[in-house]
Design a protein around this ligand. Structure first.
Ligand code: MN
Length: 309
């Protein structure tokens, strides 16, 4: 038996989002399969959770699409996927299940956050911990690439195409004061401007060097826990250093170590406040023997409460 944090456990709703329309590099559409093959269901079940795997959201391949807008590549297709994901996440919450979304490129967060925001009780506040090398807060005008996986947080904060900001019916979905970044190290000029303008709390890799991961986690909770009722964790596997996790959509040197990531996840589990989770940007085509998906699954188990002792 493995010891766990919670005594009563919600059912976990696993939702695959096999989408790679939002990034410049192919292959993250295979992320949900890689995470399932790495045993996400069995490992969570072994912790005593009931699992409801709803399978994958329908996503059409880029080959069957036409790109209409260079500033918002595959906008109609990504909007359709996110609407469907939004409904699926909302249904899980309605069924008192804890949604765990398996990606897929990070544009899927538009759907995940749409579903969560649509189900918040009146007056309840959504808090988000965004663990990522990139802040994903570009607008169509600031984005150097037009790839929507670099825009989901801007959308959640109400900036961007109405086709995306309108998903789930709540706009904005997140208050910039209720968002914390951990692990940033690759930030575009426009993103830097918006983070400063909105006063978003960000712990870059420099803060992790300076405060160590323990200090960053402590400050994150001091800042965030009192101001949120629903805690959502969005984990981009590119937050990890590529020496540990090579199979990611957009690798950047100088990331979290395996132990730092586990420390963050363990600390989040101990708050008892996690209400939804997503794992983004697992790219099996760049991976070695599925090691990145295996690490992501072990981190998912940790944030859901698996402990060493
Ligand atoms: Mn990301």
């Amino acid at each position: 038996m493995t010891p766990e944090t919670a005594i009563t456990k919600p059912s976990i709703c696993l939702i695959g989002c096999p989408m790679d329309l939002g990034g410049g590099r192919r292959g993250v559409d295979m992320g949900p399969s890689a995470l399932r093959i790495a045993g996400i269901s069995a490992q969570i079940k072994a912790m005593g959770y009931a699992i409801h795997d709803v399978g994958d959201i329908l996503v059409h391949t880029p080959e069957s699409q036409t790109r209409h807008d260079a500033k918002l590549k595959y906008l109609p297709e990504i909007a359709a996927v996110c609407r469907s994901l939004c409904d699926t996440v909302a249904a899980a919450i309605d069924a008192a299940e804890l949604p765990v979304v398996l990606g897929g490129d990070h544009s899927m967060s538009i759907g995940t956050l749409g579903g969560i925001a649509s189900r918040l009780k009146p007056g309840a506040r959504l808090g988000v911990i965004w663990i990522d090398a990139h802040p994903d807060i570009n607008t169509p005008d600031s984005s150097p690439s037009g790839n929507i996986h670099g825009m989901p947080l801007a959308v959640a904060l109400g900036h961007g195409s109405p086709e995306l900001t309108g998903i789930g019916g709540t706009n904005p979905k997140v208050d910039p004061q209720n968002l914390v970044y951990i692990g940033l190290r690759s930030v575009d000029g426009g993103e830097r401007g918006l983070i400063g303008e909105l006063g978003i709390k960000a712990f870059t890799m420099v803060e992790i060097d300076r405060l160590r991961i323990t200090g960053v986690v402590e400050k994150t909770f001091e800042y965030l826990l009192d101001r949120c009722d629903h805690l959502h964790v969005s984990f981009d596997v590119d937050s990890l250093d590529p020496t540990f996790a090579p199979g990611v959509g957009t690798p950047v040197m100088g990331g979290l170590t395996y132990r730092e990531a586990h420390y963050v996840m363990d600390a989040i589990a101990r708050t008892g406040r996690l209400a939804s989770l997503e794992i983004a940007e697992v790219n099996p085509t760049l991976d070695h023997h599925n090691v990145t998906a295996e690490i992501a699954v072990s981190l998912a188990a940790t944030v859901l409460g698996r402990r060493v002792l």
